[in-house]
Ligand binder design. Structure first.
Ligand code: LRH
Ligand code: MN
Length: 399
């Protein structure tokens, strides 16, 4: 039976990295529903991330996306984050929004375009040197829309060459997180479409290259926890981009669409004793809150990851291994489901550092109102940002 104090301790020590871009306006190709009071600068995104950490206690870092978070002085930005009680996390490159990248970025047939894209990867490492970030997160939208459009083999050679340059630029404990995605924006072939392709490139590169699993980037029905288990065995799992989806890359709140999948994923992490910060996996969120309030949505997502983790930590592993070894299918499945069907919300109340009950109105602990939960506060915040009440920045009104 699990030791509850050990479970609570593990939850207190869990670290979940928030994405700067999730605090800003986002939408689909159909519509972006702008929300009042969203951050206008990297500093305000960091302030919002600091709020998530203040309410949860387990989100002490925020990932940046370049150039969305481009500033003149990244070490000054890093100091600003520290003043707000958090630090800057993974640096995400962006070689998917420039006109030059229509036919690809690092895989583009045109060597000049490849050079430009590769230089952006190297620029991101320069930024990591200033922010003290460990993770260079690479996602390539590169791919094809029609068979024959380009040579699949040559594109892999081009990709490998760019990755090699970025890899050789790393220093200290810096590492590459190579994210894969089955499709979109390419609709025939994507150059890094699945875990196997990312894994193979990471093995080719060396020990500082690991795979990033975005839970929304698989074909429907993919057994993601198998991929987690396999990459852990190979020592090549570097990070997650947690979110959830019903259909494609929906980027919904982690655990919202499929909490059972998130539990099964976290069970493989716990089973491999890979939960601790020391183990080195970066548990990140990568979401877009198109219609819901953003800070509460991210706090809810952090709590959903903690809930899945708490349930995974409650699995009676000795009994499970015994049932598995005995080939007792029903008993083995039953033991796992017992943990999953355990209401862990009481376990999570009180906050990792024993603060008053954690917010989450659906948990019946209205101890602390979430930012923006009542119009008055959100109104002041929005007005503050819109300059009408700039002398009352919303932070000061927090409980
Ligand atoms: C690509 C992706 C990637 C980020 C972007 C914001 O779909 O998951 O992780 O660069 O979203
Ligand atoms: Mn992602």
């Amino acid at each position: 039976m699990a030791d509850l104090n050990a479970v609570k301790q593990a939850l207190r020590e869990q670290r979940i990295e928030t994405p700067s871009w999730a605090f800003g306006n986002s939408g689909t190709r159909f519509k972006v529903f702008a929300q009042a009071g969203v951050p206008r600068t990297p500093e305000e995104k960091i302030a919002d991330a600091a709020t998530v950490h203040r309410f949860t206690g387990v989100a002490p870092s925020v990932a940046l996306h370049i150039p969305w978070d481009k500033v003149g002085d990244y070490s000054k930005l890093s100091d600003f984050a520290a003043e707000n009680g958090i630090r800057l996390g993974a640096i995400n490159t962006n070689v998917f929004q420039d006109d030059d990248y229509k036919l690809g970025s690092v895989t583009n047939p045109d060597p000049a375009v490849r050079r430009k894209a590769t230089d952006h990867l190297l620029e991101a490492v320069d930024i990591m040197d200033q922010t003290g970030s460990r993770d260079l997160k690479l996602w390539f939208s590169d791919g094809l829309n029609y068979p024959g459009q380009d040579d699949l083999r040559l594109r892999q050679d081009r990709l490998a060459a760019a990755l090699r340059e970025a890899y050789d630029r790393l220093s200290g404990d810096q590492r590459i997180l190579l994210e894969y995605k089955l499709f979109e924006p390419a609709f025939y072939a994507t150059d890094v479409p699945d875990w196997g392709t990312s894994y193979a490139h990471c093995v080719e590169l060396g020990p500082k290259a690991t795979v990033c699993i975005d839970t929304g980037h698989h074909a429907p029905g993919t057994n993601i926890e198998f991929i987690v288990s396999f990459l852990l065995r190979q020592g090549k799992l570097g990070a997650f981009d947690f979110n959830s989806r019903f259909y494609a890359d929906d980027d919904l709140m982690a655990g919202a669409a499929d909490p059972f999948q998130l539990f099964r994923i976290m069970y493989e992490i716990v089973r491999a004793d890979a939960l601790t910060p020391e183990y080195g996996i970066n548990f990140m969120l990568d979401q877009c809150h198109n219609i819901e309030a953003k800070i509460p949505a991210i706090i809810r997502s952090v709590m959903n990851v903690q809930e899945a983790t708490a349930k995974a930590l409650l699995v009676d592993r000795d009994a499970l291994f015994a049932a598995q070894a005995a080939g007792d299918v029903l008993e083995a499945n039953g033991i796992l489901m017992d943990a999953y069907n355990t209401d862990v919300r009481p376990l999570l109340r009180g906050g990792p550092r024993g603060e008053r009950a954690r917010p989450g109105p659906d948990r019946g602990v209205p101890a602390q109102r979430l930012p923006g939960e009542d119009r008055g506060r959100a109104g002041r915040r929005a007005a503050g940002r819109l300059g009408r009440l700039s002398s009352h920045p919303w932070r000061s009104t927090a409980p």
